[in-house]
Design a protein around this ligand. Structure first.
Ligand code: GTP
Length: 318
């Protein structure tokens, strides 16, 4: 069972927001030994820091001159990249109405001013632990347990997202479907556990070759992986895929049951679409899948694109 507490070296980052510098100083004194602290007296700047630095928790004053704490919290909670940051209000006015409003806009807790350092430290510790565990769960839900690369759910979400992004930007979207050759025979000959180890090595080799933040390798199922490369032309995708194929081959995992090599190899089917002109992510997946089938049929351990893909993908119709 995985340990559900962060290790001691993990340094959490907090943002303190209060229009009175003296209040910031008091909180800073209470917390700076244990945490890295960002500070601001201004609500708009607080939003910028949240988006840029992604702190683990925000300690937020309610009454501030430009935009008040309630509005800052509302915007943190509605921002795609900031919505999971817990907000703790630190305020001198805790009427039940205000508390209800604060919780309604997404705050996790209230601390009354004047603050008591030991109470602040205890509450902050509790909420940081909860945030850390929630982050862990979110990560685990998107990662394949065996190989550590993205899982199919993560890939499906990323494909939908990139399809929309590329549709707006006019970029192409490249997909490579990757399948281990004669993997059933590998399991039969070396055992299921050796098969698992083989899949882990293949995943590591594939992941090691990706260079850009938007590139993604995922385990699509069984012994099948998928690689997504936004912005790739068919030629670029062919080069990248050839690199993936060669990386697996050069891992030199013996495979006595393979008819195409002495070592474990992969077949790769590639396809490129221009989402601005293309039909749907499903059509792109089907095209990559047909390419994979062709790669298997024509001898395995190779990269192939179905002929029609090359024509369409390189010349989008306007
Ligand atoms: N060890 C292990 N084996 C798996 C896992 N997931 C799927 N497999 C096995 O992968 C094998 C896939 O076999 P097939 O789909 O017949 O394909 P193949 O033997 O690779 O043949 P080709 O794809 O035609 O080259 C099956 O025997 C599955 O049991 C896994 O997580 N671990």
């Amino acid at each position: 069972m995985r340990d559900l507490t962060p290790d001691a070296s993990h340094r959490f980052r907090l943002l303190i927001v209060d229009d009175q510098p003296i209040n910031i100083r008091v909180l800073h004194e209470a917390l700076s030994v244990d945490y890295e602290i960002f500070m601001t007296t201004n609500g708009l700047q607080a939003l910028e820091i949240c988006a840029r630095e992604r702190p683990d928790l925000v300690l937020l004053d309610i009454e501030m001159p430009d935009i008040d704490g309630i509005e800052v919290c509302r915007r943190i909670k509605s921002g795609e990249v900031t919505k999971n940051i817990p907000v703790l209000f630190v305020t001198g006015h805790t009427s039940p109405e205000q508390e209800a409003l604060g919780l309604e806009v997404g705050a996790v807790d209230f601390i009354a001013k004047p603050i008591h350092p030991a109470v602040v430290r205890a509450r902050v510790r509790t909420h940081l632990l909860l945030k850390w565990q929630a982050d862990l769960l979110r990560r685990m839900a998107l990662i394949d347990g065996l190989t550590g690369v993205a899982n199919r759910r993560c890939f499906d979400d990323a494909l939908d997202l990139e399809w929309r992004v590329c549709s707006r930007s006019g970029e192409s979207l490249g997909l490579a479907m990757i399948d281990v050759d004669y993997f059933k025979r590998f399991n039969d000959q070396y055992g299921h556990q050796a098969g698992d180890t083989c899949l882990k090595t293949v995943a590591q080799k594939l992941r090691g070759l990706l260079r850009r933040p938007r590139d993604l390798i995922a385990r699509y199922g069984g012994e099948e992986f998928v690689c997504m490369i936004p912005g790739a032309s068919l030629d670029a995708l062919r080069d990248i895929s050839e690199g993936l194929r060669s990386a697996v081959e050069s891992a030199m995992i013996p495979h006595g049951g393979s008819d195409c090599s002495d070592v474990v190899t992969v077949s790769i089917g590639i396809a490129v679409a221009y989402p601005r002109f293309g039909e749907s992510p499903d059509v792109l997946m089907q095209s990559a899948d047909r390419s994979l089938y062709a790669a298997k049929q024509s001898g395995r351990n190779r990269v192939l694109a179905e002929p029609s893909n090359g024509t369409n993908a390189q010349k989008p119709r306007l």
